[in-house]
Design a protein around this ligand. Structure first.
Ligand code: C2E
Ligand code: MG
Ligand code: MG
Ligand code: MG
Length: 288
């Protein structure tokens, strides 16, 4: 009986694998179609000054909803596009869309865009990125590219070159998900980063777990000394924001301030902010 169950399990197991592979291929084909049909969208999550919640920029996040598959997470389809060799065309589409939106924002707002690992080890990346944003007409000084430590590790030498080149054309580079990869603090000296984004896993524990607080405190002190700006990721509660401000963190993003929204909604957010600050200026004049 147990043998039969064993055999049954094996059968179920291999069926699951087959199903997964079918699914992977199905997702791949649907994604390829979606790229060609221009159906992969970019949404934007505000990055704010923690002191007054004013928006300083937005992070572009890929969004794709397939007719049959429904919503597919970028954590799934970005790695898939990397594995199956079409991340370059996907990135080009996404960066083009993101830059087209960002160029209409007030010029003091920046666009933060995620580079994938394949691009970090491609010596043509700086050139390709510049070609895309030049065509769109976005000033490179308004663009920040987010990269992860894991992505840099497959070829640190080429990655360092890519980062340097991006720098020399005025594009800033942030280290994303800091604290989660194969963290080596030395990397912060070897690479010309401008910003460090503290991973959400620390922020979500910061009011619960003293050790998370200590780590964030240490990251902030270190970045201050290295002249690196810091963004806290994944702020969901007022308590987390209060704690971060208390520790001296000035910039953050997270659901507390807003989820990623479409292009039109970014303009509405920006307008609302401008109106609010105009109103408070008027009020200030009235009261003084
Ligand atoms: P990431 O770059 O670290 O992006 C932050 C992720 O955290 C996003 O997930 C965002 O929606 C989510 N997030 C933001 N605030 C909160 C919060 O307060 N609470 C929680 N629970 N989550 C929050 P998303 O959009 O699912 O993206 C996942 C990952 O996929 C990104 O992580 C990034 O690595 C990758 N990705 C997304 N868009 C792109 C893209 O255009 N290109 C590349 N290469 N990768 C992308
Ligand atoms: Mg990111
Ligand atoms: Mg991140
Ligand atoms: Mg992440």
């Amino acid at each position: 009986r147990s043998k039969r169950r064993g055999r049954g399990q094996i059968t179920v197991y291999s069926e699951e694998i087959a199903e997964e592979m079918r699914h992977g291929t199905q997702v791949e084909q649907a994604l390829r179609r979606a790229i060609i049909a221009d159906e992969v969208e970019v949404h934007f999550q505000p990055i704010v000054n923690l002191a007054d919640r004013s928006i300083q920029g937005f992070e572009a996040l890929a969004r794709w909803t397939d007719g049959e598959l429904g919503f597919v997470s970028p954590s799934l389809f970005i790695p898939l596009a990397e594995e199956r060799g079409f991340i370059d065309s996907l990135t080009e589409t996404l960066l083009k869309k993101a830059a087209e939106t960002a160029k209409h924002w007030p010029s003091d707002l920046f666009l933060s865009f995620n580079l994938s690992s394949a691009q970090l080890t491609d010596p043509a990346t700086a050139f390709n990125v510049l070609a895309i944003i030049n065509r769109v007409g976005l000033d490179p000084r308004r663009l920040e590219l987010e990269i992860t430590e894991t992505a840099m590790m497959s070829d640190p030498e080429v990655a360092a070159k890519v980062v340097d080149e991006l720098h020399s054309i005025g594009i800033r580079v942030s280290l994303d998900d800091f604290g989660t990869g194969q963290s080596s603090l030395g990397r912060l000296r070897e690479f010309a980063f401008n910003k460090v984004k503290i991973d959400r896993s620390f922020i979500s524990e910061i009011t619960i777990d003293k050790s998370a607080e200590h780590i964030v405190r240490a990251i902030l002190a270190m970045c201050e000394g290295l002249n690196l700006k810091v963004i806290a990721e994944g702020i969901e509660t007022e308590e987390q924001a209060e704690k971060l401000k208390e520790l001296g963190c000035r910039t953050g993003q997270g659901w507390l301030y807003g989820k990623a929204v479409d292009s039109a909604a970014t303009f509405a957010l920006i307008e609302a902010q401008q109106k609010a600050s105009a109103d408070s200026a008027k009020l200030y004049i009235l009261n003084h």
